[in-house]
Design a protein. Sequence first.
Length: 77
Amino acid sequence: MRQVLLGKKIGLGKKGYRLPAESYDYFNTLPNELIVWIKKYYMLHIIELSIIISGSLFILLDSLLRAVVPGYAAYSG
């Protein structure tokens, strides 16, 4: 999505299938303010997803340490 917003050509699949020109023309007809808003919205979701993934990894690590390390539960809050 970001590549299309920046106007860069992207390949889809192994055969080098490219997006049709209408996709790029559509984004070129949008006002600049809307494109900036879409980019910020896109980045917000990337940041949100990375926070969720890192939190899930910490929870997984904590549960693994509780199962493997004896006495770990006494030290954690």
